[in-house]
Design a protein around this ligand. Structure first.
Ligand code: PRT
Ligand code: MG
Length: 213
């Protein structure tokens, strides 16, 4: 049996065409079903639905043989024990620094002010500001980062941006682009040895179906 870990929402939706290329179709719609384990048209392949941030953990410890996770999630997890053969170029966005539209970020940085930064991505945020030589207090949040600068909790946030409409709706502006994000295929290293043939076939089929840049 091959177990693939996916998260509901954009990762699941955007992985479907890649699965199809591997001859795999899921038998249930996770938005309608409450099942956490979904069968596929291949009796030897099943999908487990987990939180996006739990995908690397499931694959690392062998709860799943393969998984699809955003680069943001993998960087925060650390990637220990994971083989990352493919950038799938799906679920794309960018990781950015944003502030209130009335906050002078460049001035604050030039003055060497200590900045309060709220984010879910504490490790990426620390690395980014350390590289810039900017002193920061990083505040860990689990959601709705956009609210932090509006309430005075933080001067800036590090968050993912795709269309920019969430920032705009909350009177925030992007002031720095940290990195491009897309989802990666991750594989458990022990599973790759034991189930080499089946996993190779899936990796090769996914590779042939990755969307063009
Ligand atoms: O939502 P939930 O709390 O259940 O979990 P999650 O946010 O971890 O999962 P999900 O499905 O939202 O995201 C899974 C992966 O999709 C992330 O790890 C990213 O790699 C990738 N991805 C791509 C995104 C976005 N685009 C994205 N726009 N993840 C989140 N967003 C959010 C962003 O955080 C912000 O709140 O969308 C909002 C901004 O969108 P725009 O279009 O208004 O700019
Ligand atoms: Mg989300």
């Amino acid at each position: 049996m091959i177990t693939l870990a996916l998260s509901k929402g954009r990762i699941f939706e955007e992985t479907l065409p890649l699965l199809k290329a591997a001859g795999i179709e899921v038998l249930e719609d996770p938005e309608k079903s409450r099942k956490l384990i979904i069968g596929t048209t291949r009796p030897d392949v099943r999908v487990v639905l987990v939180r996006a941030t739990d995908v690397p953990t499931y694959v690392q410890y062998g709860g799943a043989d393969l998984g699809v996770a955003g680069k943001d999630v993998l960087l925060e997890h650390g990637g220990q024990g994971l083989y990352q053969p493919l950038d799938l170029r799906i679920a794309k966005c960018r990781m950015s620094v944003a502030v209130r539209d009335d906050f002078d970020y460049d001035k604050a940085v030039k003055q060497g002010s200590r900045l309060r930064v709220a984010t879910k991505y504490t490790s990426c945020a620390r690395d980014h500001f350390a590289d810039k030589g900017v002193h920061v207090d990083v505040i860990k949040l689990y959601g709705s980062m956009e609210l932090a600068p509006l309430t005075g909790l933080a001067d800036a946030i590090v968050d993912l941006v795709s269309t920019g409409s969430t920032l705009k709706a909350n009177h925030l502006v992007e002031v720095e682009h940290i990195m491009q994000i897309s989802a990666r295929l991750v594989v458990n290293q022990a599973a790759l040895k034991v189930k080499r043939e089946s996993i190779r076939q899936i990796i090769d089929a996914f590779a042939s179906a990755i969307p063009a840049e």
